[in-house]
Design a protein around this ligand. Structure first.
Ligand code: SF4
Ligand code: SF4
Length: 266
């Protein structure tokens, strides 16, 4: 390998080592390790295992303002956040034309965070992949919902193996979203560490219990008019997070019927 390639690999390794150390310290300090923050509500698909399927009541549609996104990023940066930032909840992130600019801002204020795009890949091409990478995206996790052999996906995955992975939908484990999507046997008394470690924000700026809460039934405050620190330390939010660490039966009704493993998410 040539000297510049070694230099490049060494730089990546150094960044990863620093990120891991910072993440460990951050976890000890604030517990938070990952975020799902949707910038828009829309998705072009209507998968049958998702609340976007027409058999479910639809939610209000819209987009988060760039100011709100930047304010959330500033507040995370103030916490020295270096965990995962994912611009998704029940949306397709690549539908948001502002995404490169929003990612660019995120990278500027949080040089060590891990920015990951989880997407259905319908709008992904090499140009957009490289554009987003150059703005600061670390990784693309693409689900192939059609299960077919998509030449474009295979090409991108072969060309940029460190940047993108493509999985078939049938290889993914699917939650039943608190028993709302379908019914199955489950572990009903296990603990759940999701709300204690993952920040979930919908396009309206509402901080939610977890990513099961499509209809925002369990919102602890709105980032359009409250500070993240205040919401994260809200009494009710703190209490429910502690209760769920013991058993999901201590949680809300959505928790009592939830099949999520409850592990610390990424
Ligand atoms: S692509 Fe994702 S967000 Fe869109 S409907 Fe399917 S599962 Fe839901
Ligand atoms: S038990 Fe399920 S619904 Fe409750 S917080 Fe955990 S993941 Fe969310």
């Amino acid at each position: 390998m040539s000297a510049p390639v070694w230099g490049y690999l060494f730089a990546i390794l150094k960044l990863e080592v620093i990120r891991k150390v910072k993440l460990k310290l951050q976890y000890r300090r604030i517990g938070l390790i990952s975020t799902n923050i949707e910038t828009i509500s829309m998705c072009n698909r209507k998968c049958e295992f998702c609340f976007n399927h027409p058999r479910f009541e639809s939610r209000e549609q819209g987009e988060m303002s760039a100011e709100t996104w930047k304010s959330i990023m500033d507040q995370l940066a103030g916490l020295k956040f270096c965990g995962r930032i994912g611009p998704h909840f029940y949306n397709e992130p690549l539908l948001d034309k502002r995404l490169p600019d929003l990612i660019n801002y995120t990278r500027q204020v949080m040089p060590y965070c891990w920015i990951q795009i989880n997407s259905n890949g319908d709008y992904l091409n090499e140009e957009l992949l490289l554009k987003l990478y150059n703005k600061g995206v670390n990784y693309f996790f693409i689900t192939n919902y059609d299960e077919d052999d998509k030449a474009d996906f295979n090409l991108l995955a072969a060309k940029y193996p460190a940047l993108i992975s493509v999985v078939k939908n049938s290889d993914m484990w699917r939650t039943d979203r608190g028993g709302e999507i379908f019914h199955k046997e489950k572990l009903l008394s296990s603990s759940c560490r999701r709300p204690a470690t993952q920040l979930v924000v919908n396009w309206r700026g509402e901080v939610l219990l977890c990513c099961m809460d499509y209809y925002a039934k369990y919102s602890f405050g709105n980032l359009n008019n409250m500070k993240l620190f205040t919401i994260w330390n809200n009494d009710e939010f703190l209490k429910i997070r502690e209760k769920l660490k013991l058993s999901r039966q201590n949680g809300y009704s959505i928790c009592q019927n939830c099949d999520d493993p409850g592990a610390i998410p990424w």
